[in-house]
Design a protein around this ligand. Sequence first.
Ligand code: NAD
Ligand code: SER
Length: 314
Amino acid sequence: MNKILIVGACGQLGTELTIKLRELKGKDNVVATDLRGPVDLIADGPFEKLDILDKSQFHDLLKKYQIKEVYHLAAVLSAKGEQDPQFAWRLNMESLMTVLEAGKDIVEKIYWPSSIAVFGPGTPKQNTPQDTIMDPNTVYGISKLAGERWCEYYHDKYGVDIRSLRYPGLIGYKTLPGGGTTDYAVDIFHKAIAGNSFECFLNENTVLPMMYMDDAVKATIDLMEAPIGKVRVRSSYNVAAMSFSPSQITSEIQKHYPDFVTRYVPDFRQQIAEGWPSTIDDSVARADWGWKNAFDLPELVETMLAHLKKEIVF
Ligand code: NAD
Ligand code: SER
């Protein structure tokens, strides 16, 4: 069994990926690392504090645990990135280069997520293809696009087995998001459950691609387990599940909570969202390694509300 190390394991995605990978591979085979933590949900297995900007600390951990696979998730996300672009660039790029370099001779397989933020205002908005115009206008999107090019470069030039997905906005009930433009689609559930109204920072008709967390975790592990010959794209794969606007998710929640109300007060994140696609064509991922989502909007809403309601009861 290859030993796995996760960088950024206490985040929205990292927590859920750590839980699932430990379930599948055994607790002791999955080392969670983060600047902070451990958070309670992943405190049941090996954990190390790691600043991924500290290369020697990273290499010490690779050696200590004989790591063969790295999931590198640490990043500054889209909205937070605009507050300090220099730092977002530094963290997102330097950390990826550190991990890719380790892929040359120490680590056998690497996972690194990209994002729909690699697309920009010039990209076709509907059914955005795998290969198309990419003109991101956020520091986050620019760093993800540059990262994709580096991933393909390290694969082609040095044979590094790097795999990547362009996630849409991720929505789950176990964790809170860390500073993205799609975060509203998690926050809205917490407000509905608490019986409060919701103030949305996007306008009511802004349609963005989204995905339930279980689908995101499944896509990630499916891609990492796919036979090498099936992974033809070494920049990053489009993956999709559903697309909706704030008013559409509000209507779906109102089927369960008829009195629930959303008010729209768009801020700087509206402009970021306007540069992103509304719907994604993920036919290449479906054809290459069999990607298929399980959750659509009604299932997402039902599942999120059921789980969050339970948490409040206990
Ligand atoms: P998050 O902000 O919730 O988590 C990131 C984690 O990285 C945090 O726990 C943070 O403490 C940690 N971290 C920050 N700096 C670090 C450092 N120097 N060293 C080690 N750890 C550090 O982010 P997330 O939503 O879990 O996203 C994970 C990855 O998935 C990111 O690369 C992100 O770009 C990508 N992604 C996420 C989404 C989404 O909707 N959540 C969508 C597309 C892509
Ligand atoms: N959900 C992420 C964000 O909004 C997309 O990468 O930043």
